[in-house]
Design a protein around this ligand. Structure first.
Ligand SMILES: Nc1nc2c(ncn2[C@@H]2O[C@H](COP(=O)(O)OP(=O)(O)O)[C@@H](O)[C@H]2O)c(=O)[nH]1
Ligand SMILES: [Mg+2]
Length: 215
Protein backbone atom coordinates (compact mmCIF):
# COMPACT_ATOMS: atom_id res chain seq x y z
CA UNK A 1 0.00 0.00 0.00
CA UNK A 2 1.23 3.47 -0.91
CA UNK A 3 2.34 5.43 2.15
CA UNK A 4 1.03 8.98 1.95
CA UNK A 5 2.01 11.68 4.43
CA UNK A 6 0.16 14.97 4.71
CA UNK A 7 2.20 18.06 5.59
CA UNK A 8 0.45 21.11 7.04
CA UNK A 9 2.46 24.34 7.45
CA UNK A 10 0.79 26.44 10.13
CA UNK A 11 1.22 29.87 11.60
CA UNK A 12 -1.16 30.76 14.44
CA UNK A 13 -4.01 28.54 13.30
CA UNK A 14 -5.18 27.15 16.63
CA UNK A 15 -8.86 27.65 15.84
CA UNK A 16 -8.82 25.42 12.76
CA UNK A 17 -5.83 23.07 12.92
CA UNK A 18 -7.41 20.28 14.98
CA UNK A 19 -10.46 20.03 12.73
CA UNK A 20 -8.28 19.90 9.59
CA UNK A 21 -6.14 17.11 11.09
CA UNK A 22 -9.12 15.04 12.24
CA UNK A 23 -10.66 15.21 8.78
CA UNK A 24 -7.56 13.98 6.93
CA UNK A 25 -8.69 10.66 5.42
CA UNK A 26 -7.16 7.59 7.08
CA UNK A 27 -4.69 5.97 7.04
CA UNK A 28 -2.55 8.94 5.97
CA UNK A 29 -0.24 10.25 8.62
CA UNK A 30 -0.12 14.00 9.30
CA UNK A 31 2.82 16.27 10.08
CA UNK A 32 2.16 19.83 11.19
CA UNK A 33 5.00 22.31 10.92
CA UNK A 34 4.37 24.88 13.61
CA UNK A 35 6.29 27.86 12.37
CA UNK A 36 6.90 29.81 15.56
CA UNK A 37 3.22 30.25 16.37
CA UNK A 38 2.44 32.23 19.51
CA UNK A 39 -0.94 30.55 20.05
CA UNK A 40 -1.96 26.95 20.80
CA UNK A 41 -1.38 25.60 17.27
CA UNK A 42 1.24 23.03 18.33
CA UNK A 43 -0.69 21.77 21.36
CA UNK A 44 -3.94 21.48 19.44
CA UNK A 45 -2.20 19.71 16.57
CA UNK A 46 -0.62 17.16 18.87
CA UNK A 47 -3.92 16.53 20.65
CA UNK A 48 -5.59 15.93 17.31
CA UNK A 49 -3.03 13.22 16.54
CA UNK A 50 -0.49 14.92 14.29
CA UNK A 51 3.25 14.79 14.63
CA UNK A 52 4.46 18.35 15.18
CA UNK A 53 7.73 19.71 13.83
CA UNK A 54 8.47 22.96 15.65
CA UNK A 55 10.34 26.00 14.42
CA UNK A 56 11.38 28.09 17.42
CA UNK A 57 10.78 31.27 15.42
CA UNK A 58 8.78 32.18 12.34
CA UNK A 59 10.85 31.10 9.33
CA UNK A 60 8.14 31.43 6.69
CA UNK A 61 5.92 29.17 4.65
CA UNK A 62 8.72 27.84 2.39
CA UNK A 63 10.98 26.77 5.24
CA UNK A 64 8.01 25.20 6.97
CA UNK A 65 7.19 23.13 3.90
CA UNK A 66 10.84 22.12 3.51
CA UNK A 67 10.98 20.89 7.13
CA UNK A 68 7.74 18.96 6.72
CA UNK A 69 8.81 17.32 3.46
CA UNK A 70 12.19 16.34 4.93
CA UNK A 71 10.48 14.70 7.92
CA UNK A 72 8.00 12.90 5.64
CA UNK A 73 10.89 11.39 3.70
CA UNK A 74 12.54 10.29 6.97
CA UNK A 75 9.29 8.52 7.82
CA UNK A 76 9.37 6.65 4.52
CA UNK A 77 6.63 8.45 2.58
CA UNK A 78 5.95 7.31 -0.99
CA UNK A 79 3.98 10.49 -1.63
CA UNK A 80 3.71 13.79 0.23
CA UNK A 81 0.68 16.05 0.09
CA UNK A 82 0.44 19.56 1.51
CA UNK A 83 -2.74 21.28 2.64
CA UNK A 84 -3.45 24.59 4.38
CA UNK A 85 -4.01 24.77 8.13
CA UNK A 86 -6.72 27.42 8.05
CA UNK A 87 -9.61 25.19 6.95
CA UNK A 88 -9.90 26.90 3.56
CA UNK A 89 -9.18 23.58 1.83
CA UNK A 90 -11.67 20.90 2.73
CA UNK A 91 -9.66 17.83 3.81
CA UNK A 92 -12.29 15.69 2.01
CA UNK A 93 -10.54 16.71 -1.21
CA UNK A 94 -7.55 14.67 -0.10
CA UNK A 95 -9.48 11.51 -1.01
CA UNK A 96 -9.25 12.50 -4.67
CA UNK A 97 -5.56 13.30 -4.29
CA UNK A 98 -4.88 9.96 -2.62
CA UNK A 99 -6.72 8.16 -5.44
CA UNK A 100 -4.37 9.80 -7.93
CA UNK A 101 -1.41 8.26 -6.09
CA UNK A 102 -3.01 4.83 -5.68
CA UNK A 103 -1.03 3.20 -8.48
CA UNK A 104 1.78 5.74 -8.35
CA UNK A 105 1.25 6.49 -12.03
CA UNK A 106 1.06 10.22 -11.35
CA UNK A 107 4.13 12.18 -10.29
CA UNK A 108 2.52 15.45 -9.31
CA UNK A 109 -0.96 16.50 -8.18
CA UNK A 110 -1.87 20.18 -8.35
CA UNK A 111 -4.83 21.69 -6.53
CA UNK A 112 -6.80 24.14 -8.65
CA UNK A 113 -8.92 26.84 -7.03
CA UNK A 114 -11.81 28.34 -8.92
CA UNK A 115 -10.63 31.82 -8.01
CA UNK A 116 -7.21 32.97 -6.85
CA UNK A 117 -7.32 35.72 -4.25
CA UNK A 118 -4.34 37.84 -5.41
CA UNK A 119 -3.72 39.57 -8.75
CA UNK A 120 -0.19 38.16 -8.99
CA UNK A 121 -1.58 34.64 -8.60
CA UNK A 122 -4.09 35.23 -11.38
CA UNK A 123 -1.37 36.56 -13.69
CA UNK A 124 0.91 33.59 -12.96
CA UNK A 125 -2.03 31.19 -13.42
CA UNK A 126 -2.87 32.70 -16.83
CA UNK A 127 0.72 32.01 -17.90
CA UNK A 128 0.87 28.43 -16.61
CA UNK A 129 -2.51 27.70 -18.19
CA UNK A 130 -1.09 28.66 -21.59
CA UNK A 131 2.28 27.03 -21.02
CA UNK A 132 1.29 23.77 -19.29
CA UNK A 133 -2.53 23.64 -19.13
CA UNK A 134 -2.36 24.31 -15.38
CA UNK A 135 -4.63 27.22 -14.43
CA UNK A 136 -3.48 27.59 -10.82
CA UNK A 137 0.16 27.06 -9.87
CA UNK A 138 0.08 28.57 -6.36
CA UNK A 139 -2.55 26.53 -4.53
CA UNK A 140 -1.27 25.27 -1.16
CA UNK A 141 -2.71 21.86 -1.89
CA UNK A 142 -0.19 19.90 -3.93
CA UNK A 143 1.12 16.37 -3.90
CA UNK A 144 4.35 14.83 -5.12
CA UNK A 145 5.79 11.37 -5.11
CA UNK A 146 8.92 10.91 -3.02
CA UNK A 147 10.82 10.34 -6.28
CA UNK A 148 9.63 13.66 -7.71
CA UNK A 149 10.57 15.40 -4.48
CA UNK A 150 14.01 13.78 -4.52
CA UNK A 151 14.54 14.73 -8.16
CA UNK A 152 13.61 18.40 -7.63
CA UNK A 153 14.27 18.68 -3.89
CA UNK A 154 17.29 20.88 -4.51
CA UNK A 155 14.71 23.56 -5.22
CA UNK A 156 13.54 23.32 -1.66
CA UNK A 157 16.00 26.03 -0.63
CA UNK A 158 14.76 28.60 -3.13
CA UNK A 159 11.74 30.86 -2.56
CA UNK A 160 8.30 29.46 -3.46
CA UNK A 161 9.70 25.95 -3.27
CA UNK A 162 6.42 24.27 -3.88
CA UNK A 163 5.76 26.18 -7.04
CA UNK A 164 9.36 25.92 -8.21
CA UNK A 165 9.27 22.15 -7.78
CA UNK A 166 5.95 21.82 -9.63
CA UNK A 167 7.20 24.01 -12.50
CA UNK A 168 10.45 22.07 -12.85
CA UNK A 169 8.52 18.80 -12.98
CA UNK A 170 6.06 20.21 -15.54
CA UNK A 171 8.94 21.40 -17.72
CA UNK A 172 10.26 17.84 -17.68
CA UNK A 173 6.82 16.69 -18.87
CA UNK A 174 5.98 14.77 -15.73
CA UNK A 175 2.70 12.89 -15.41
CA UNK A 176 0.37 15.13 -13.45
CA UNK A 177 -3.22 15.39 -12.28
CA UNK A 178 -5.30 18.44 -11.48
CA UNK A 179 -7.75 18.30 -8.59
CA UNK A 180 -10.40 20.97 -8.08
CA UNK A 181 -10.19 22.57 -4.64
CA UNK A 182 -13.23 24.51 -3.45
CA UNK A 183 -12.15 27.29 -1.10
CA UNK A 184 -14.02 28.04 2.11
CA UNK A 185 -13.94 31.64 3.29
CA UNK A 186 -11.35 32.45 5.93
CA UNK A 187 -12.75 33.43 9.32
CA UNK A 188 -9.87 35.82 10.10
CA UNK A 189 -7.13 37.65 8.19
CA UNK A 190 -4.76 35.78 5.84
CA UNK A 191 -1.33 35.13 7.31
CA UNK A 192 0.30 36.40 4.13
CA UNK A 193 0.22 40.18 3.68
CA UNK A 194 -0.18 42.00 0.33
CA UNK A 195 3.64 41.91 -0.05
CA UNK A 196 3.33 38.25 -1.05
CA UNK A 197 2.35 39.61 -4.50
CA UNK A 198 5.96 40.76 -4.88
CA UNK A 199 7.30 37.33 -3.96
CA UNK A 200 4.90 35.73 -6.43
CA UNK A 201 6.05 38.11 -9.18
CA UNK A 202 9.69 37.24 -8.43
CA UNK A 203 8.88 33.54 -8.76
CA UNK A 204 6.92 34.26 -11.93
CA UNK A 205 9.91 36.10 -13.47
CA UNK A 206 12.20 33.21 -12.64
CA UNK A 207 9.71 30.81 -14.23
CA UNK A 208 9.61 32.81 -17.45
CA UNK A 209 13.42 32.94 -17.61
CA UNK A 210 13.68 29.18 -16.98
CA UNK A 211 11.08 28.50 -19.68
CA UNK A 212 12.86 30.81 -22.11
CA UNK A 213 16.25 29.16 -21.50
CA UNK A 214 14.66 25.78 -22.02
CA UNK A 215 13.49 26.51 -25.55
N1 LIG B 1 4.44 27.67 8.54
C1 LIG B 1 3.98 28.81 8.06
N2 LIG B 1 2.79 28.77 7.53
C2 LIG B 1 2.32 29.91 7.05
C3 LIG B 1 3.04 31.13 7.09
N3 LIG B 1 2.27 32.05 6.48
C4 LIG B 1 1.15 31.39 6.11
N4 LIG B 1 1.18 30.13 6.46
C5 LIG B 1 0.17 29.07 6.29
O1 LIG B 1 -0.08 28.95 4.92
C6 LIG B 1 -1.45 28.71 4.70
C7 LIG B 1 -1.99 29.72 3.73
O2 LIG B 1 -1.92 31.02 4.31
P1 LIG B 1 -3.03 32.12 4.04
O3 LIG B 1 -2.57 33.38 4.70
O4 LIG B 1 -4.36 31.60 4.41
O5 LIG B 1 -2.92 32.32 2.47
P2 LIG B 1 -4.09 32.26 1.39
O6 LIG B 1 -4.94 31.07 1.69
O7 LIG B 1 -3.36 32.14 0.10
O8 LIG B 1 -4.81 33.56 1.54
C8 LIG B 1 -2.11 28.72 6.07
O9 LIG B 1 -2.29 27.40 6.48
C9 LIG B 1 -1.13 29.45 6.95
O10 LIG B 1 -1.15 29.03 8.31
C10 LIG B 1 4.32 31.13 7.69
O11 LIG B 1 5.02 32.13 7.80
N5 LIG B 1 4.73 29.94 8.16
MG1 LIG C 1 -5.82 30.53 3.43
Amino acid sequence: MVKIIVVIPALNEDSTIADVIRRVPQPARTIVVDDGSTDQTAVNAERAGAEVVRHDRNRGYDDALASGFARAIELGADAIVSIDADGQHDPEILKHVFTCFENMDTELVIGVREHQPRWAERLFGAYTRLRFGVPDILCGLKGVTALTYQKYGRLMDCPSIHTAMALAALRDKCRYDLVEVPIHPRQDDPRFSWTVNIRILATFSRAIIADFLRR
